[in-house]
Ligand binder design. Structure first.
Ligand code: PAF
Length: 281
């Protein structure tokens, strides 16, 4: 596996490739990221992973400074997973001039759900992903469904800018108690870690109720938010949306997604579960 820290080295190494499968990350890799690399490998092309903690997608007072940087351990995991190339630039390399030219996703995606609580976040994500796509020029790029709204932002970026890249979605990997794997789980104290699986349980209860025929979506999400608050969480949102558009669901929606974002102490966790409207999973 070759590791590059500059865009020039990366471009030179990839010049001879006819196609690559790309897995962008912010590092501090766990089994969920490794599963994305494995999914990328199935496309039969060399896998490129990027490791970059992107300042543009963190707001003031968010965890940019303390986000874990674990490059050596990350490279070991990527090499073991069969990754061919790693791009790990520093901030000055990826943003040699201040990035005043940014990508603004449509309001309906950028300012809703997580975007309503993290202004500018999805613009920061879309901007860095477009830069990384330009540098790597992959055929395929893999993103986790754990960041469901981000996945839809990237799909729309690719669609509206006519990028010749197939976006592949990887399933969320979970701990034994159902907690979605996330680099931010490392911030949780011991008792918070035990409590953290409640977010997934509340979303699962919404999905189970829908599959049992319940259609009062407002009541379901309000109950989940109330249960979390009663247990000490600070809830940003619990919502049910159309899984294809993230718009409000209508009775004939094929697939829904229950999404939640809430804080345990200083840690913000997000999760989501998809559901058919009928009684299939
Ligand atoms: O999902 C992430 O890790 C980041 O948002 C991404 C896509 C690598 C962009 O910085």
């Amino acid at each position: 596996m070759q590791v590059f820290h500059t865009a020039a080295e990366l471009r030179a190494a990839l010049a001879g490739q006819t196609g690559t499968a790309f897995v962008p990350t912010m590092g501090n890799l766990h089994a969920g990221h490794v599963s994305l690399v494995e999914l990328a490998k199935r496309h039969g092309q060399p896998v490129v992973a990027s490791i970059f903690v992107n300042p543009l997608q963190f707001g003031a007072g968010e965890d940019f400074a303390r986000y874990p940087r674990t490059l050596a351990a990350d490279c070991e995991k990527l090499a073991a997973a069969g990754c061919a190339f790693v791009f790990a630039p520093d901030v000055a390399e990826l943003y040699p001039v201040p990035q005043t030219f940014t990508v603004q996703p449509p309001d309906s995606l950028a300012n809703d759900l997580c975007g309503a609580f993290r202004p500018g976040h999805f613009s920061g994500v879309a901007t860095v992903v477009l830069k990384l796509f330009n540098l790597v020029q992959p055929r395929v790029a893999v993103f986790g469904k754990k960041d469901f709204q981000q996945l839809l932002v990237i799909r729309e970026l690719v669609r509206q800018f006519n990028l010749p890249i197939e976006i592949v979605a990887g399933n969320t990997l979970r701990e034994a108690d159902g907690l979605a794997m996330s680099s931010r789980n490392a911030y949780l104290g011991a008792s918070e870690r035990i409590q953290a699986a409640q977010l997934q349980r509340e979303l699962a209860a919404i999905v189970a109720a829908i599959q049992a025929g319940e259609r009062d979506f407002e009541a379901l999400t309000a109950a989940a938010a109330r249960h979390l608050k009663m247990a000490g969480w600070r809830v940003d949102y619990v919502a049910l949306r159309d899984a294809a558009t993230l718009q409000a669901p209508t009775p004939d929606n094929g697939r829904l997604v229950a999404l939640g974002a809430a804080w345990l102490g200083k840690t913000r966790l997000i999760d989501n579960l998809e559901s058919a409207l009928g009684n299939q999973p």
